[in-house]
Design a protein around this ligand. Structure first.
Ligand code: U2F
Length: 449
C-alpha cells in the first residue's frame, strides 16, 4: 500500500504560539499540497486561530479539538497561569487520545510529528511511532540555549531564588556574557518539582529537545551567531527560517491611514503582545508620560475601554492618539511614521520591530522577555530599558526623550540596519532562511522513516 505523508501538529495553545505554528503549517501545506496536516489544539484556541487566519483552499490542513483540561463548571481565579497549568496536566493524554482515534478512524499513519518545542513529551510519542520529531521553538536562540543549560546554570550560580546573585553574568556560557542571573525567567530560577507544571514542562523540554530530529526557529543566521553555533553543535539540526511575521489582522480600524497622516518617526506604537496588560499604576504612568510629552501614539489595547482607568486619557488625547483592540502590528512597525515601539519584548514583536527598523522601549514581564530586553538594549543597542524596569511617569518621559532624540534614534536605526540587512539577505531567494525552509519541507514530508 502506498504510504502518504501525514504530519501531526501539536501547538502550545497560549499567546502567539498556536498562530505561529499554524502559520508555518500553512506555508508547508502550500509547498506540499499532497501532504496531510492534522492540527490538534484545544477547542477554544482552534476557534481563535482559525478565525484569525484565512485557510480557504487549504484542504490538506484539518483541525482536531482536544481536551483543555478545564474541569466542567470550573471558575477561573483570574490568574492567567491557571489555564496553562490545567492544560499541562491534561497532556500528553489529550494529544495521544485524539491522535490515536484519528489514526484508527482513517487508517492514515502519522509520518512526522511537528510540535511546539515546549511539548517535550513529543519526543516519546515520536520515538514510539518511529517517526521524526520536529520542534518549533517560538522564541529566540538565547532563550532556548538557556533552557538547555539549566543544570549547568544552577551548578555555577547556585540559584535559590530571583534575588540571589542577580548581577552575576552567565559568561561561562557561549554568547551569554551580557545575560545576568536576574534576567532568567522564573522557570529557570529554581529547581522546581512537578507541582509547578509550567516550570516542570520547560525544564523537561530543556533536557529532551536534544532528541528532536530538527529544531526550527523564527530567527536568522545573523542573529546571535555564537549562541546559534553552540546550538548547532548540541542539537541534531537547527534551522533558522526567519524572520517571518505572523499574518496581520485586517486593518479595520484604519491604523495605517491614521499613520499616513503623521510625520516620519513621530508615533509611539504600544503593544504588550497577546497575553499581557501592565498593572494599573504602570498603565497610568505610561499614559501620563505620553500626555505630557504630547507624543502621538497608537495603542493596541485589549481591555474593555468603557469605565477603564484610561478612558479619560484616551478621550482627552484622541486628537493625537488612536486606540484599537488589536492592530495589524507587523504592518504598523513597517510604517515610516512609527518612531518607537513600547513593547513587552515578546520574541515575535522584537523580530517585527527589527524588520520594520523601529527602536524599542522595553518593559519585559516574564519568560524570555527579560533576556530579550538585555540583548536588544545592552548588546545590540536597538532599544532601551526603563529606570527600575517599570513604567513610572518621569522614567517613561525620559525614555521617550532618549529614543526619540535625533542622535540616539539615528544611532539605533543604524544598529537595527545591520540586522535588517542580514534578515533581508536571509529571506531572499537562495538566502540561508529560504534554503533552510526548503530543508524543513523535505524533513517534514519525508516518509522513509
Ligand atoms: C509569548 O509572547 P506574545 O504572544 O505575547 O508576544 P509576541 O511573541 O511578541 O507575539 C505577539 C504577536 O501578536 C501580534 C504581533 C506578534 O506577531 O504582531 N499582534 C498583533 O498582530 N496585533 C496586536 O495588536 C498585538 C500583537 C511570550 F509571552 C513571549 O515571552 C515569547 O517571546 C513569545 C514567543 O514564544 O510568546
Amino acid at each position: 500500500m502506498e504510504k502518504k505523508a501525514h504530519v501531526a501538529v501539536f501547538p502550545f495553545p497560549f499567546g502567539s504560539h498556536p498562530t505561529a505554528l499554524l502559520h508555518l503549517v500553512q506555508r508547508l501545506a502550500a509547498a506540499a499540497p499532497a501532504v496531510q496536516f492534522s492540527y490538534f489544539n484545544t477547542t477554544n484556541s482552534n476557534q481563535k486561530v482559525f478565525s484569525k487566519m484565512n485557510l480557504n483552499g487549504y484542504d490538506n490542513i484539518r483541525s482536531y479539538n482536544i481536551d483543555d483540561g478545564v474541569p466542567e463548571g470550573h471558575v477561573f481565579s483570574g490568574n492567567p497561569v491557571e489555564a496553562i497549568e490545567l492544560f499541562i496536566k491534561a497532556t500528553p493524554l489529550n494529544f495521544r487520545k485524539r491522535l490515536e482515534e484519528l489514526v484508527e478512524a482513517t487508517g492514515l499513519k502519522v509520518t512526522c510529528l511537528l510540535t511546539d518545542a515546549f511539548l517535550g513529551f513529543s519526543a516519546d510519542i515520536a520515538e514510539e511511532m518511529g517517526i521524526p520529531w520536529v520542534a518549533f521553538w517560538t522564541a529566540g536562540p538565547t532563550a532556548l540555549s538557556l533552557h538547555m543549560y539549566f543544570d549547568l546554570i544552577h551548578r555555577n550560580l547556585g540559584l535559590t531564588g530571583r534575588t540571589q546573585n542577580s548581577e552575576q553574568t552567565l559568561d561561562f556560557l557561549p554568547g551569554m556574557s551580557a545575560i545576568r542571573a536576574s534576567d532568567l525567567p522564573d522557570e529557570l530560577q529554581s529547581l522546581d518539582k512537578p507541582d509547578r507544571p509550567f516550570s516542570y514542562l520547560l525544564q523537561t523540554m530543556g533536557l529532551v529537545v536534544r532528541r528532536s530530529s530538527t529544531v526550527v526557529l523564527n530567527s536568522f543566521d545573523g542573529i546571535d551567531p555564537l549562541v546559534t553555533a553552540d546550538l548547532k553543535s548540541k542539537l541534531k539540526k537547527v534551522l533558522n527560517i526567519g524572520p517571518f511575521s505572523l499574518p496581520p489582522c485586517q486593518d479595520q480600524s484604519g491604523c495605517l491611514s491614521w499613520l499616513d497622516r503623521h510625520n516620519a518617526a513621530s508615533v509611539a506604537y504600544i503593544s504588550f503582545g497577546s497575553m499581557l496588560t501592565p498593572p494599573p499604576n504602570e498603565l497610568a504612568a505610561l499614559a501620563e508620560a505620553l500626555e505630557e510629552k504630547k507624543v502621538p501614539y497608537l495603542w493596541s489595547f485589549r481591555e474593555d475601554l468603557k469605565g477603564h482607568l484610561l478612558e479619560g486619557f484616551f478621550k482627552r488625547t484622541s486628537s493625537r492618539g488612536k486606540v484599537v483592540a488589536w492592530a495589524p502590528q507587523s504592518q504598523i512597525l513597517a510604517h515610516s511614521s512609527v518612531g518607537v515601539f513600547i513593547t513587552h519584548c515578546g520574541w515575535n514583536s522584537m523580530v517585527e520591530s527589527i524588520t520594520g527598523g523601529v527602536p524599542m522601549i522595553c518593559r519585559p514581564f516574564f519568560g524570555d522577555q527579560m533576556i530579550n530586553r538585555r540583548i536588544l538594549a545592552d548588546v545590540w543597542q536597538i532599544g532601551i530599558g526603563l529606570e527600575g524596569d517599570v513604567f513610572a511617569k518621569a522614567g517613561t518621559m525620559n525614555a521617550l526623550d532618549i529614543v526619540l532624540s535625533k542622535e540616539n534614534w539615528n544611532k539605533m536605526r543604524e544598529n537595527i540596519g545591520v540586522f535588517k540587512e542580514s534578515a533581508t539577505k536571509a529571506v531572499a531567494p537562495n538566502g540561508s532562511s529560504t534554503e533552510n525552509f526548503k530543508s524543513f519541507i523535505d524533513i517534514v514530508i519525508n516518509i522513509s522513516s
